[in-house]
Design a protein around this ligand. Structure first.
Ligand SMILES: Nc1nc2c(ncn2[C@@H]2O[C@H](COP(=O)(O)OP(=O)(O)OP(=O)(O)O)[C@@H](O)[C@H]2O)c(=O)[nH]1
Ligand SMILES: [Mg+2]
Length: 300
């Protein structure tokens, strides 16, 4: 009963996925080889990737020889997918704790920073944000508006100044002000632009000049609506700057929510947070079981 209520109110229900419904409809008819071919196609279209779509289909085929009950298909798929997800390592306490946020243009970095800032503030943490996206004047304004709304400190500089200098000033201010958490916003950068990717290494080195073991977290923000492209982005960002966790945004409007699975299986980087809307409260800790229930839900 309680787990039913929990499921009904799970924020993950905002994920619009028809995958479970389509699978059940497929297996409600006569089951033969074409049913499994159609299943493979459905899994592929849900952005699980070709290799996993084939692997799951073969596993289900074998399973259904022993247990042909269609009611057990969704629980079987869930149990197969659940081990794909890795738990994040425990976060050791640093003071201040430095979180660097990176990603391509428009993925949701600034909004996620605002949401994280609001989350940490609600835990009574003293939060500071660094506006190190100095590329566009509007970026600093956007972050300043959020900082004002949430009522937290922000360190910024003039547009076109070196992002590393903002980071240096922000970390120095964080030490002086006894901040608990520093969130660093960076400019959106295409993973194919090597010079911009190298700028991230410079930002990291600047962090280390101020606080040797920082940044303590480097979070990559990935837009779930772009499907398989998100995998390429993650792979390349990880080569330039070690990513410790992923924030998967825009899962609310995405028909490509399945991308979370290949990200976990291939990159072994934990998904820590998911964005399920544009408001402050729309960032929630990732939960693999709730996510799979939403992805595979049998009806709307
Ligand atoms: N529906 C939905 N929209 C989101 C989510 N996260 C961010 N957005 C929207 O996506 C758009 C881009 O978000 P930003 O936070 O400005 O993205 P950014 O990565 O900082 O963009 P650049 O600084 O230009 O690289 C905004 O309109 C956000 O409101 C989410 O989880 N769900
Ligand atoms: Mg931004």
């Amino acid at each position: 009963m309680f787990s039913f209520i929990k499921k009904l109110f799970s924020p993950f229900t905002k994920i619009k996925s028809l995958l479970g419904q389509k699978i059940l409809s497929l297996f409600s008819k006569k089951i033969d080889e074409t049913t499994f071919l159609a299943l493979e196609q459905l899994l592929y279209e849900a952005d699980l990737g070709p290799a996993l779509a084939l692997e799951l289909t073969e596993k289900l085929k074998t399973h259904m020889r022993k247990d042909p009950n269609p009611e057990n298909i969704i629980p079987f798929l869930k149990s197969e997918l659940l081990p794909s997800f890795i738990s994040p390592p425990p976060i050791t306490d640093h003071h201040p704790h430095i979180i660097l946020i990176v990603g391509v243009n428009g993925s949701g970095k600034t909004t996620s920073i605002a949401k994280l800032a609001s989350h940490y503030k609600s835990l009574n943490k003293n939060v500071l944000i660094a506006a190190a996206d100095t590329f566009r004047a509007a970026a600093v304004e956007q972050l300043s508006t959020w900082a004002q709304k949430i009522d937290i400190d922000i360190i910024k500089s003039k547009p076109d100044s070196d992002p590393s200098s903002v980071v240096f000033d922000a970390l120095s201010a964080a030490k002086a002000r006894n901040s608990d958490i520093v969130l660093i916003d960076t400019a959106g950068r295409l993973q194919t632009k090597t010079d911009l990717m190298q700028e991230l290494s410079k930002i990291r080195r600047t962090c280390q000049k101020q606080i040797p073991d920082s940044p303590h977290e480097t979070l990559l923000v990935l837009d779930a609506t772009i499907g398989q492209n998100a995998l390429d982005q993650a792979r390349i960002f990880h080569q330039f700057t070690p990513i410790t966790g992923i924030i998967l945004t825009k899962l609310d409007g995405s028909s490509k929510a399945g991308i979370a699975i290949p990200i976990q299986r291939e990159l072994k980087i934990p998904i820590l947070w998911v964005g399920l809307g544009e408001k402050e409260a729309d960032l929630i800790p990732f939960n693999a079981s709730d996510y799979l229930d939403a992805l595979l839900k049998p009806s709307e």
